[in-house]
Ligand binder design. Structure first.
Ligand code: NAD
Length: 348
């Protein structure tokens, strides 16, 4: 199948040059359209047809699939136009700026019988798949609290990512990935959400947020994105009834500590702590705990693009379902409402 890209910027060109050639045997990138002349020249240099308008791309009969990798506010109209032109569509995240906009796309998807799938690629992240393994296989007992965060100190780079009219801000940017992961992992209705946002950099869209989710099965999750942290906290911190796991970074540096049920346990003795004394916070005796290797990441059966192609061919179900993407968009809306009213929001 042949794919053409709308928006040949950072991510559009990364799909063309890296993601598609390394993860799919069945796709060929043939062309690109971008509003900026220099990006079109780059596409041509990279060996692709440079379309001089989006209509020209959509009118090219060779094109089976359109990848949309433009700023977030363009996704809805460009996706609908592509579906109506008889193309299948891959769309970058965040899919749209609201659940209503996504529902409008899904309606056209049904009407046209074409496939529309969102590139929620962080379902393939190894750090996520390690934590998902821990969650599903109870190596530290039943998991009851998950902290998932990304911290940077670069502010919001780029020309549109900090602007509300383009769907800027970290909730739409990294937030959508972390929320997609947590809703994919925790197999329970989400009962409540509370969310705060940060605007310390002075943009009209958030430079970070912290949110607290409570699921019906008792699991709680703290999700945080920040762009002003010169010292970063771990990517994952997970508590189970029998142990704790931490993953510091995307290279999977981390550890897992489990309670040693075989060992002889000695009651904690008080230690001096600051200007006081504590037994509660005294470290466990050596031997009471065992340090374990983190589990291996679970495997995704197919790459994103192989799954897309086999979904088009009706051979399989999509890994990223539009109903799941819609749930994430509704959660983002609940988080905006929570921030605006400084309230806990009932979710499902
Ligand atoms: P970018 O600014 O590097 O690229 C966007 C490109 O779109 C630019 O070349 C710009 O000229 C072009 N453009 C703007 N308006 C257009 C229009 N109306 N029609 C055609 N082209 C237009 O931004 P980016 O980082 O590549 O982000 C693009 C999309 O990819 C965003 O939705 C972003 O959230 C997403 N993204 C996803 C990931 C991921 O890991 N899934 C990572 C980065 C970006």
């Amino acid at each position: 199948m042949k794919i053409a890209i709308c928006g040949y910027g950072g991510m559009g060109s990364h799909h063309a040059q890296h993601i598609i050639p390394t993860t799919s045997k069945n796709l060929e990138v043939i062309g690109a359209y971008d509003i900026r002349e220099e990006r079109l020249e780059q596409a041509q240099k990279d060996g692709y047809i440079a379309y001089d308008s989006y209509e020209a791309l959509l009118n090219d009969k060779q094109v089976d699939i359109v990848l949309i990798a433009t700023p977030n506010d363009f996704h809805k109209d460009q996706a609908i136009a592509a579906l109506r032109s008889g193309k299948h569509v891959v769309c970058e995240k965040p899919v749209t700026l609201s659940s209503e906009q996504l529902e409008a796309i899904v309606e056209v998807e049904k009407e046209t019988g074409k496939v529309f799938m969102v590139h929620q690629n962080r379902r393939w992240d190894e750090d996520y798949l390690v934590i998902k393994n821990l969650y599903e296989n109870h190596q530290i007992g039943e998991v009851f609290h998950i902290e998932s965060r990304v911290h940077g100190a670069n502010g919001i780079p780029g020309d549109w990512r900090c602007k509300a009219k383009h769907g800027g801000g970290m909730l739409y940017d990294w937030g959508v990935h972390l929320l997609d992961q947590i809703l994919d992992m925790v197999d329970s209705p989400l009962k409540t959400v509370y969310s705060d946002q940060s605007f310390v950099l002075g943009h009209d869209s958030d430079d970070g947020f912290t949110s607290y989710l409570k699921f019906e099965n008792g699991v709680t999750a703290q999700i945080e994105v920040a762009t002003t942290n010169f010292i970063t906290l771990p990517r994952w911190y997970v508590k189970g009834l029998k142990g704790t796991a931490v993953i510091h970074d995307w290279n999977l540096n981390g550890e897992m500590i489990e309670y040693n049920y075989e060992a002889e346990h000695i009651a904690p003795t008080p230690i001096k702590a600051g200007a006081g004394l504590t037994k509660t916070m005294a470290p466990l005796n050596e031997g009471s705990v065992i340090k374990q290797q983190l589990p291996r990441p679970l495997e995704q059966k197919q790459s994103f693009y192989e799954n897309f192609v086999s979904t088009v061919n009706k051979e399989t179900e999509p890994i990223i379902k539009n109903s799941e993407v819609l749930r994430v968009m509704r959660l983002i809306e609940a988080m905006f409402a929570s921030y605006e009213h400084n309230q806990v929001i009932e979710f499902e």
